[in-house]
Design a protein around this ligand. Structure first.
Ligand code: PEP
Ligand code: MN
Length: 337
């Protein structure tokens, strides 16, 4: 439920209502908005007598949250959440751009890519050090060596580092190096992992599972939010359908849909979403047109020789052209890159 405070409610009133929520066996999340403060009270409400809370000082009303997800819901927080990491942001008029290789392969590969994507206007560098591969025989990533290479690229370029964490036990190590923790599509419903990143205060990029519904994606985000980490971005990266001409099917209606349901920023991954480099620039532009708050794009110095996802990676020149095109689209809708 949502405890809506009156406009002039004092801090003591808020603290009192928070304590009452705890007494009811619920977890309070205080959301200070521009107009009013609300307390999202989450947990099992069946045994609570919530009406009594309306009598607490400074409380305006107590409402049920209709959506199955609670803290992620727009009902609780109408204003968009802004996620920030160094110069990267998602959720403002500026569209964030995360670019880089699928996997960290070598220091030279990462540094070359970091310089090129920064030059083209990206504000964050992606690159997997721990790779969740479909086959156990495929390249699994450079792991801690890869993390140190990413940190060197941040040191030189100032780009924020976005990298995947695949297991709860790796969260402390990856969080030491990463500015944004990526939860991959395969792990969207790994609830212990979601709780572990929810315990950190690092921003999280949560990718949609290839067969997850929007409600399942939002409930996965809820696991992170419920642990007190409010810096969560949702990433549409394509879903599995009967259609085989693209690697996945990229449903761009997810962007306005999610904006309608949640305050969390929406990121689009046109690389995994299409699986073909020649489809990536137009789908990136379409995502910006549809209101994406950020893009995540695979870029490699020589896609032909990439150790993973080369077929969907752009070279530097193609990425530059993508940026030029997305910039124009962004300007047309009152945003910028
Ligand atoms: C990736 O970003 O390289 C990746 C593995 O993505 P996804 O989890 O969306 O498949
Ligand atoms: Mn990839």
């Amino acid at each position: 439920m949502i405890v809506v405070m009156k406009q002039g409610a004092s801090q003591a009133d808020v603290d009192h209502a928070v304590q009452r929520v705890r007494d009811l066996g619920l977890r309070p999340h205080v959301i200070v908005g521009t107009e009013r403060t609300v307390i999202a009270a989450v947990g099992d409400e069946r045994k609570t007598n919530k009406e009594a809370l309306e009598n607490a000082p400074g409380v305006s009303e107590v409402l049920p949250i209709l959506a199955p997800y609670k803290v992620a819901s727009r009902e609780v927080k109408p204003e968009p959440t802004v996620v920030r990491a160094l110069d990267f942001s998602a959720g403002t008029a500026r569209v964030g751009v995360i670019a880089g290789p699928c996997s960290v392969e070598s220091e030279e590969q990462v540094l070359k890519t970091a310089r090129a994507v920064k030059q083209a206007g990206a504000t964050a560098l992606r690159g997997g050090a721990f790779k969740p591969r479909t086959s156990p025989y495929s390249f699994q990533g450079l792991k801690d060596v890869g993390l140190r290479i990413l940190a060197a690229a941040r040191q030189e370029t100032g780009l924020a580092i976005v990298t995947e964490v695949v297991a709860s036990e790796d969260v402390p190590l990856v969080a030491e190096y990463a500015d944004v923790l990526q939860i991959g599509a395969r792990n969207m419903q790994n609830y212990r992992l979601l709780e572990a990143v929810g315990e950190t205060r690092r921003p999280v990029l949560l990718k949609r599972g290839p067969s997850a519904t929007m409600d399942e994606l939002l409930l996965a985000a809820e696991y992170i939010l419920d642990r007190g980490n409010e810096q969560v971005m949702l990433c549409e990266r394509g879903i599995r359908t009967f259609e085989a001409h693209t690697r996945f099917t990229l449903p761009l209606a997810s962007i306005p849909y999610l904006h309608n349901k949640t305050h969390l920023p929406v990121v689009v991954d046109p690389s995994h979403g299409t699986g073909h480099s020649y489809l990536v620039p137009q789908m990136a532009a379409a995502a910006v047109a549809a209101g994406a708050d950020a893009l995540i794009v695979e870029v490699h110095p020589d896609p032909e020789t990439a150790l993973s996802d080369g077929y969907q990676s752009l070279n530097f020149e193609q990425f530059q052209r993508l940026m030029d095109c997305c910039r124009k689209v962004a300007e047309a809708i009152g945003r910028w890159l």
